[in-house]
Design a binder for this molecule. Structure first.
Ligand code: PMP
Length: 389
């Protein structure tokens, strides 16, 4: 038999291997991966139910439990970036008509509200301006007013550089039969966080920030209360891919034999495993301390340049993402472009409500070093001088 010839010819651009410059990623993520993580990613593939791969998944579960500080049986990683974990959390807990309270002080609260609404929730919001955080009294009052069955709080609001205090929120939720969902994509590993002690029911993070793995697999954990809510649903979970009961089986979190649910992103899982392993070796305490030390150096350096930090209250600042107010007479975008084109250093503009108003500088995982703080300060200063309007 003679095959027909292909009609669409291979594009010239595909006929050479991939190449690009090395960049220092000092934006709000992804951050650069440590060489050990990249090496893990290059290991040979395994099948998605091979014993060795199940063992990698068990390592990831153990690493995620450590990072979240939880004993939850249903702790795993969803295949997808932070948004996938966010969607997995919401689609499993929310049923049409449920009242969901969203604490919104930036882009990520708005995104959670959008997702919850898509899943049929009756969304209520409590709002403070970007750069500010909620008091426990704010949250208590909103809960009393709306009587939600789920409350969403973003621990590290990366669009504004705030870190939301969580003490007491879990107790409020428990007293009202409400579940507590917390986004730690930008914060986990970079600041103290204790899922169980804080009474958190569902929590997720991303791989590409402090954990230092490529984006694409995202740890998530469901408490027993959360799983009881899932079991008591009147309607089926609308997503097959993110159905936590199916995922829990594939991840070996239930008593049954592991069944094929989907093909896990094998290589990305190796990388996540290695990132979590490095975090465990460093220990959370040392990692939290390293991020705070570097962040303080950055904050002081920014103020020494005569610039203003968006988050005035130091206690409410997120060590992993710092928002710097763009001064009058400086074109924020040209500064970002200058840092990249002249120095291959990424800093980022604002996002959502902070777009055009701030620069965001990330200090995450492998990149959270004093040397990188000094480098980014030098590059930023040069760029601002070069880009005065
Ligand atoms: N939540 C927060 C707080 C984030 O910072 C991000 C990523 N910037 C996300 C969720 C979404 O993660 P991803 O981009 O990996 O989908």
């Amino acid at each position: 038999a003679q095959y027909l010839r292909s009609v669409v010819r291979p594009a010239e651009r595909l006929l050479k291997p991939l190449q690009f410059p090395h960049k220092l990623l000092m934006g709000p993520g992804p951050s650069n991966c440590p060489p050990r993580v990249l090496a893990a990613q290059a290991l040979p593939l395994l099948g998605h139910l091979h014993a060795e791969f199940c063992s990698v998944m068990d390592d990831v579960k153990a690493g995620a439990r450590y990072a979240f500080q939880t004993a939850n049986a249903v702790t795993l990683a969803v295949s997808g970036t932070g948004h996938a974990a966010m969607e997995a959390a919401i689609c499993n807990i929310v049923e049409p008509g449920d009242v969901v309270l969203i604490a919104k002080n930036g882009h990520w609260g708005a995104r959670a509200a959008d997702m919850a609404a898509r899943h049929g929730a009756d969304v209520r919001t409590i709002v403070v301006p970007p750069g500010e955080v909620f008091t426990l009294a704010n949250i208590a009052a909103a809960m009393a007013e709306h009587a939600p069955s789920l409350t969403f709080v973003c621990h590290g609001e990366s669009s504004a550089g705030t870190m939301q205090p969580l003490e007491g929120v879990g107790e409020l939720c428990r007293a009202r039969d409400c579940l507590l969902l917390v986004d730690t994509v930008a914060s986990l590993g970079g600041a103290p966080f204790f899922a169980d002690a804080l009474g958190i029911d569902v929590v997720y993070t991303g791989a590409q920030k402090v954990i230092g793995a490529p984006p694409g697999v995202s740890p998530i954990s469901f408490s027993e209360r959360a799983m009881a809510r899932v079991a008591a649903r009147a309607t089926r979970v609308r997503s097959y891919y993110f159905d936590v009961v199916e995922l829990a089986n594939y991840w070996g979190c239930d008593a049954g034999p592991r069944r094929y649910h989907h093909t896990a992103p094998i290589s990305s899982m190796y990388a996540l495993r290695e990132g979590l392993s490095m975090l465990a070796e460093e220990t959370l305490e040392v990692c939290w301390e390293r991020h705070l030390r570097c962040a303080r150096l950055l904050w002081r350096g920014i103020e020494d340049l005569g610039l203003k930090l968006l988050v005035e209250n130091e206690d409410a600042r997120l060590p992993t993402v710092t928002a710097v107010v763009v001064p009058d007479g400086v074109a924020w975008k040209r500064v970002v472009e200058h840092c990249m084109s002249k120095h291959a250093v990424e800093i980022s503009g604002g996002l959502g409500p902070t777009a055009g108003k701030v620069w965001r500088i990330g200090l995450m995982g492998y990149n959270a070093t004093e040397e990188n703080v000094r480098r980014v300060l030098k590059v930023l200063q040069e760029a601002i001088t070069a880009c005065k309007m």
